[in-house]
Design a protein around this ligand. Structure first.
Ligand SMILES: [Fe+2]
Ligand SMILES: [Fe+2]
Length: 267
């Protein structure tokens, strides 16, 4: 189907959580791509394997469903199978660029139907201090400059609202969209920033929402109450597909609109 180059639509999918989350993606996106005339699909897959990390098998399922690029976050290396994915050439899975001394790449450039999309994955440091990361603000503009053509989008995986907003304003005018991930709670602050970058603090989580951020409610309530170590277990009920669609003018690279997506599913 010929797409108008003036209106490029990118579907971002919030942290895919456990098998139910993958099933939600497989259920929702083929029709959503068709109905919304989506050009590219970018998903955060850091919780695809149970809730920690991703495996090659799950990554392949996401690609088969229609995902073009998979990003990660603080759980990037929780499942060792990710190393096998990084060994594969041209596999569209990236991890935050500012992780220090790890395998894999922090950004990717892909082309489809004559349209080029560049995706950068970064991770925040506020409330994530224990991770071996460098300042995400440092070097991100250098990475943007590596791309000589196409539109550029950023998945900023971070905990603090203020850090995400700061990054959004820092990137305004340099990228077409910055979406936030990691909190698993969708925020209602989607907007176009003054210099044309579409922004949302967090696009939410695709998985079980009758939970505490994806984990069985009773387990987290116990942990919060007792401060004891507990064994996490993904919840199963209240499945929702969550994300956002950003529409971008390919010539000016400025965003035209951004809208949230939220689909309740009986899975
Ligand atoms: Fe997550
Ligand atoms: Fe995360």
């Amino acid at each position: 189907m010929p797409h108008s180059k003036n209106k490029i639509k990118i579907l971002f999918i919030g942290d895919i959580f456990s098998k139910k989350g993958i099933l939600a993606v497989e259920t929702v996106i083929p029709k959503l791509i068709e109905d919304e005339d989506i050009n590219f699909v970018v998903c955060n897959g850091e919780n695809a394997a149970g809730y920690e990390g991703i495996t090659l098998r799950y990554a392949k399922r996401l690609l088969k469903a229609g995902v073009d690029v998979i990003t990660l976050g603080n759980h990037a290396f929780s499942n060792k199978d990710v190393e096998n994915i990084f060994k594969k050439e041209n596999f569209p899975l990236i991890r935050p660029f500012n992780f220090k001394n790890v395998s894999g790449e922090g950004y990717i450039s892909i082309e489809k139907n004559g349209i080029r999309l560049n995706v950068i994955n970064a991770i925040g440091r506020v409330f994530l201090e224990r991770l071996p990361t460098s300042d995400p603000f440092d070097k991100i503009l250098d990475i943007i400059n590596v791309f000589t053509s196409g539109i550029t989008v950023v998945d900023f995986h971070a905990e603090a609202t203020a850090e995400k907003m700061s990054m959004g304003h820092f990137l305004d005018g340099y990228v077409s969209t910055m979406i936030g991930t990691h909190t698993h709670v969708q925020t209602a602050d989607e907007k176009i920033l003054p210099k044309g970058t579409a922004y949302i603090t967090d696009i939410g989580m695709t998985g079980p929402h009758d939970s505490v951020i994806g984990i069985k409610k009773s387990i987290i309530m116990e942990k919060i109450k007792t401060k004891e170590r507990v064994r996490y277990e993904p919840a199963k009920a209240g499945i929702e597909f969550q994300g956002a669609i950003s529409t971008i003018n390919y010539e000016t690279k400025k965003a035209i609109s951004i809208k949230r997506v939220k689909v309740k599913l009986d899975l």
